[in-house]
Design a binder for this molecule. Structure first.
Ligand SMILES: O=C(O)CCC(=O)C(=O)O
Length: 239
């Protein structure tokens, strides 16, 4: 698909799956920096981010999993990954040549069968605020099929604009009147990038596999539009 058709598909569907663009080396390097953070936080050496020993450890010490989640955000690794030319070129398909990267970049650690941090159906705009042109690049660190909790999206839901998130659910809010729509499970492979609009309805899938699901959620905005300070600084980048 050429750039024009990618933009068309993104505008029509509210999301775009870009296949096989992020080199293994970029992902593997981020995972090895993650293992370094794990070692600093836990005092334990784990060789495999997908190993059963790390799953067992986090199940015994969920507080340390939370601390790793916070600690990796303080390293430069997530910004460097979000600036990788392959990720920026993917975002460039929908935002053109110059845009900004929000400095707040989550690195999700989704443990098998843990439900407390699941992102229930929402539009990012409810949490990210600012402007509705913001794009999320969701990048998995491994193949992410339905059983590892691939994202689910409601295609074309962005066209309905901002939807009230009127249903409180724990510390989150969910729009109550959306569930008669088509749902698409977006299964992905390592190297793929999923781009989606801040207005697209989407949800986490539950990780029912026996290994951890890792992913980066980098968010990008056209320059010059309103942004919310809660998302951190806007770092200029060019595709
Ligand atoms: O990775 C997930 O499960 C949810 C991510 C999400 O909803 C988001 O990035 O907006």
């Amino acid at each position: 698909m050429d750039r024009f058709n990618r933009l068309e598909a993104y505008r029509r569907n509210g999301f775009l799956l870009v296949k096989g663009v992020v080199p293994d080396a970029a992902i593997d390097s981020l995972l090895s920096q993650y293992l370094h953070v794990v070692r600093e936080v836990t005092g334990r050496e784990f060789r495999d981010p997908f190993g059963a020993d790390l799953v067992a450890f986090y199940n015994e010490h969920p507080d340390l999993e939370s601390r790793v989640y916070v600690a990796i955000r303080a390293t430069p690794s997530l910004e460097a990954f979000s600036r990788h030319p392959s990720v920026l070129a993917s975002v460039g398909n929908v935002l053109g040549d110059a845009f900004g990267l929000f400095s707040k970049i989550p690195f999700r650690i989704d443990m098998p069968l843990w439900t407390s941090e699941l992102a229930h159906w929402h539009q990012d705009h409810y949490y990210v605020r600012g402007n509705t042109e913001i794009v999320t690049a969701w990048v998995p660190m491994q193949d992410t099929r339905w059983d590892r909790g691939c994202l689910m999206v409601m295609p074309r839901s962005h066209a309905d604009g901002v939807i009230a998130h009127d249903l409180p659910l724990g510390k989150k809010h969910v729009p109550s009147g959306i569930f008669d729509r088509e749902v698409r499970f977006v299964e992905m492979e390592k190297g793929d990038v999923l781009l989606f609009s801040a207005l697209l309805l989407h949800s986490s899938g539950l990780n029912v596999s026996d290994t951890i699901r890792y992913s980066v959620q980098a968010r990008y905005t056209p320059l010059g539009l309103p942004v919310d300070p809660g998302m951190g600084a806007v770092l200029p980048v060019s595709a």
